[in-house]
Design a protein around this ligand. Sequence first.
Ligand SMILES: O=C(O)CCC(=O)C(=O)O
Length: 222
Amino acid sequence: MNQPYKPGAVNIVSMTNPQIFYIDDFLPEEAMATLEENLGIHDDKFQKAGVVDAETGGSTTSYLRSNKTASLSYEDLGSASVFRDLAAAVLRLHYTQAEHLSVIKYDLGEEYAPHHDCFTEKTLSANTPEAGQRIFTALLYCTDVKEGGQTIFPKLDIEIEAKRNRCVFFSLTHTGTGIQLDETLHGSKPVIRGNKVAINLWFRAHVYNAEEYQKSLDKKNV
Ligand SMILES: O=C(O)CCC(=O)C(=O)O
């Protein structure tokens, strides 16, 4: 029989501008286990991670990141769509505002220097501009990191421990605008013991996947 869905409490770290909060036991255990199994199957797909190229809006490697990333779809990861739908529900956004998954992996000593997730005007123009700016990040940790690997917000002196099935949410723009909040500068401390795997989901201001959005309307006969 399926277990009842019992996520943990909402832990508020910063109330507004940026809003930062996390929820433990975020995915139902069955969905989390499926996700882990699928991550294991696709382990060979991880490659040195890139950052958004400020000139072209594409991906480029940078000294800012020593971690690895894998381009995996919702189909590859099965229950990743459960993560997307629950995260959208928590944020009261439509699930089609979510971008593709960005899976990240850090081995010993790997880190991600502080950066912003928002696009600049130039990089947005090459990345589905009709969806608007990234407004929220949902970051789901898939491993317990024995030491290090905390997500840090250096401008706010905030650190969040990476813990399996903990999901951290943080806003990226001034509430109700597409203007980047400088305080959401964030990164990952180096992993000292263990390894860290996490899934990023970026939500846009408007619909990102227009085809899926239309399908959701058709289902409702709108
Ligand atoms: O791994 C983390 O804690 C942060 C990841 C991150 O900042 C990113 O992927 O943009």
